[in-house]
Design a protein around this ligand. Structure first.
Ligand code: MD6
Ligand code: FE
Length: 194
């Protein structure tokens, strides 16, 4: 079983991380991804940092080195994320050779949600995905390996650090809604090409 919930990031460190994400979003503005083919808007906004970023439009979803609107490279990982990765390696929660290549920055407001999906386009599907939640609580849904399998809900409060690895990384999951606030940021750190 490799669904790991770490101790929450302390409030002072949360504030620093929120500040760093704010600067990243100034450089790489939030945009609304669109569904492949239909072009319908997703119900949240996003940006990225790191060498690659996840984008989605009519042409499909993919990892790309540049922001879809500004055309500029994504900003680098901020110090707080480097530190979290270092600590997770020290605690042997993630392997020492883990190579974080992107961090998706998802922003949810009152009517946002993210449907059940699997993140399965990365090369090593066992490599952990590290999820960090900030702001309002997210009602995270996690199911099985088939879309129709039963779903459990996990409340991801501000500062929550959740790691999905091994075969559990391929479970269907989504974000049902946010509660206790009007804005939530979720960061997901991923290894893509190694
Ligand atoms: C969210 N998270 O928490 C959406 N994906 O808002 C994800 O889609 C996710 O938390 C892969 C691994 C962890 C996650
Ligand atoms: Fe996901």
């Amino acid at each position: 079983m490799a669904i790991i919930m770490m101790e929450k990031l302390p409030p002072t460190e949360r504030k620093i991380l929120i500040g760093e994400i704010g600067k990243i979003i100034e450089e790489a503005p939030l945009f609304t991804p669109q569904m492949p083919r239909s072009g319908a808007n997703f119900h949240y906004q996003m940006s990225n940092c790191g060498p690659l970023g996840w984008i989605s439009d009519r042409a499909g979803y993919r990892y790309a080195p540049n922001h879809p609107i500004t055309g500029k490279p994504w900003p680098p990982f901020p110090p707080s994320l480097d530190k979290i990765i270092k600590i997770l390696k020290q605690k042997e929660i993630i392997p020492n050779n883990y190579r974080p290549e992107t961090c998706l920055i998802n922003k949810y407001t009152e009517n946002s949600k993210l449907g059940l999906h699997r993140d399965n386009t990365e090369k090593n599907l066992q490599a952990p995905i590290i999820s960090i939640s900030l702001g309002a609580t997210g009602i995270f849904q996690i199911g099985g390996f088939k879309r129709s399998d039963p779903i459990k809900e996990i409340a991801l409060e501000s500062g929550a650090i959740l790691i999905l690895s091994g075969e559990d990384r391929l479970r269907f999951h989504g974000l049902k809604k946010i509660i206790n606030g009007t804005k939530r940021i979720n960061l997901t750190i991923r290894q893509i090409n190694f």
